[in-house]
Design a protein around this ligand. Sequence first.
Ligand SMILES: Nc1ncnc2c1ncn2[C@@H]1O[C@H](COP(=O)(O)OP(=O)(O)OP(=O)(O)O)[C@@H](O)[C@H]1O
Ligand SMILES: [Mg+2]
Length: 371
Amino acid sequence: MLGKKKKIHRKKGVNVNGTFIPTSVVRHSSPGHEMNTMSERLYIGIDLGTYQSTVMSSEGVMTTIETVVGKPKDPVARNFLGRDVVFGEDAIKHRLACNLFRPLEHGVAQDDEENLSAAKAFVTHLIENCDPEEYDEVLGVICSPSHISFTDKTNLVSILRGLVNGIMVVSEPFAVAFGLDQIAGSIVVDIGAGTTDIARIYGTFPTDDDQVTIEEAGDWLDHRLMNLINKKYAGAQLTQSMVRRWKEEGSYVGDDSHEFMVDLSVDGKKQNVDIGDLVRLACNELVPHIVEGVKNIVAGADPEYQSVLRNNIILAGGGSLIGGLADRVAQHLADIGDVTVWCAEDPVVRVADGALKLAGAMPDEMYTSIE
Ligand SMILES: Nc1ncnc2c1ncn2[C@@H]1O[C@H](COP(=O)(O)OP(=O)(O)OP(=O)(O)O)[C@@H](O)[C@H]1O
Ligand SMILES: [Mg+2]
């Protein structure tokens, strides 16, 4: 049971000879039953993303927050903000008064004390949105970025200890396929910010051999676009968040350029310029990387399954919102035979949604107790 306050009206129990015994006591007094379904249980699905994270609960909570933590730079900033730590949008808004941490970003040392404490604060904040203290038991299915290695999984457990009672860690593509009811045979391409994860799914948990991870994803695209703009408009003053915003508004692939006007500051002077051709170029460059990854995943599959897999390629993650992407990927895959490529709806929450569905569907023995 979580060591936090519980609401009185939710208190559950049984009457034994006129004495009220709370369910939680009953649970702990029954030997061999670490996780009793009699008690009030909350399931949560968590997608810890490089750029943004989502939590969904079996009670209908759904929250997406940018994976960024701000800690006030000094006592003045602390006073002004009125808090020791701020998250997501708040952290971005007050970035000049804060030290910012992106604790799950690619390349961040996971054993760095400050990042670890920022990650813990962030995950705590995310889970608190689901009011875990109101439940006897909280079971979570977690998807974390694929660059988080085995030692970092130990960190993940230490981060979640005290917040949830049991966890199961699954890969992002598997969660996507499970949530969409496509585990019988599919290839999931999860185009996130830090990485693109491509996995073949055929009815069971994928192994490491069933998945490839490539670095070409949203952040890579931002940098490509930034370079292209800098080349064309020497002296342009750019930040990744400006470029990301433009990309999200105007992203597309194809053979013809569309106009896409933006305000650019060049050596301090405002200019209104068309970057439509550059957005197209950068987005087009992502396609061969995805195509190569998918081809490898198909080629490594049992030959009798290859046709099924080729005909159910699912694009998810924020990067799948690039206009025209599914068609272009399909065109570039045409040389391996008939293919079907489609985009998942609401791609950013697909991972957390699948994780939540898994959480409810899996038997207790699949969870690792972290009490
Ligand atoms: N309309 C859009 N066009 C292109 N890219 C987009 C669009 N909307 C969002 N993105 C990009 O999608 C990425 C975020 O996607 P997502 O939330 O799936 O990533 P993440 O889970 O945080 O990252 P990762 O899975 O790598 O840890 C960002 O790079 C964002 O800029
Ligand atoms: Mg992701």
